[in-house]
Design a protein around this ligand. Structure first.
Ligand SMILES: NC(=O)c1ccc[n+]([C@@H]2O[C@H](COP(=O)([O-])OP(=O)(O)OC[C@H]3O[C@@H](n4cnc5c(N)ncnc54)[C@H](OP(=O)(O)O)[C@@H]3O)[C@@H](O)[C@H]2O)c1
Length: 266
């Protein structure tokens, strides 16, 4: 049995926004449990964090596409006595594809990681989170949640699900000790694929709407600790949501198809 410390569990903590969240949390003295699927990236992420911070850091390799993955994560924590008071459901898979040409595995991966694992981890960790006098769940949504996204159809819908789910359980849990936050960033330069896709857009779009992972992480943890339910980082992104309410859906969808059509990988 490990010592009964409190931990922040981050799915997809090995790279991208999840890794930036890990650095942000460690800099605030939080102990970390990092979960992702590739050993090399996860081990080097843990090592860099240990070199920099004095917090306790443990890691667990699991593929969140697997049916039993959420249960394995919870078992790992309970068997080792890791007490989770912050659950960050960050792992997610994006990408751009023509739905009619994409393989079944493409949609399946987005459903399993972005939706299923997030829901089941939330459900499985709730009793543990509710046993703390104060606890948080931070779910990673996206600005994609606000629009049907041609060429990112399953991804956009998965993020709309995350926002709807987060708002609904927030209401169910109102008055309890667990607070829910969902953060909806626009584009963030993280992995090489995201870099490539973002770089297909004009300089002005990139300048106005794209943010750094470190800024997203700082905003996310600040707002989560303040108990804010829905967070959209960046003034221009909030403005975009506001003005797009006045544009008819058919026009919005054509415009989005034009923008993301340029990114299609297959
Ligand atoms: N980047 C953006 O522009 C952007 C914008 C809005 C929202 N988001 C959301 O932010 C989150 C992180 O995005 P990101 O761009 O930082 O992604 P990323 O750089 O691709 O990193 C994804 C992380 O999730 C983990 N992961 C992916 N599939 C997994 C699986 N099957 N099992 C276990 N772990 C898995 C990866 O671990 P491995 O390295 O081990 O595979 C990695 O740590 C996602 O939910 C994404 O939808 C991103």
């Amino acid at each position: 049995m490990g010592k009964e410390l409190n931990y922040t569990l981050i799915t997809g903590g090995s790279r991208g926004i999840g890794n930036a969240l890990a650095w942000e949390c460690a800099s605030r003295g939080m102990n970390l449990l990092l979960v992702s699927k590739q050993a090399e990236g996860l081990n080097s992420a843990v090592q860099s964090l240990r070199d920099e911070f004095k917090v306790d850091i443990k890691s667990f390799l699991v593929d969140l596409r697997d049916l039993d993955a959420p249960q394995k994560v919870v078992n790992w924590c309970s068997e080792n006595g890791y007490r989770v008071d912050i659950l960050i459901n960050n792992a997610g898979v994006a990408g751009t594809a023509d739905f009619s040409k994409s393989p079944l595995s493409y949609s399946d991966e987005r459903i399993m990681v972005n939706i299923r694992s997030l829901v089941l981890l939330t459900r499985l960790f709730l009793p543990e989170l509710q046993s703390h006098s104060k606890a948080h769940i931070l779910n990673m949504g996206s600005l994609s949640a606000y629009y049907p996204l041609p060429f990112k159809s399953v991804y956009g819908a998965s993020k709309a699900f995350v926002v709807s789910f987060s708002r609904a359980i927030n209401e169910e849990l109102r008055g309890g000790t667990v607070q829910i936050t969902v953060i909806n960033p626009n584009g963030v330069r993280t992995n090489p694929d995201t870099f490539k896709r973002i770089n297909t857009h004009s300089r002005i779009l990139k300048f106005l709407f794209i943010m750094d992972a470190g800024d997203i992480a700082r905003i996310a943890i600040d707002k989560m600790l303040k108990g804010k339910l829905v967070v959209v980082p960046g003034f221009m992104n909030r403005f975009l949501i506001l003005i797009s309410r006045f544009i008819p859906s058919r026009i919005k969808e054509k415009l989005i198809a034009h923008i993301f059509g340029k990114e299609v990988l297959y």
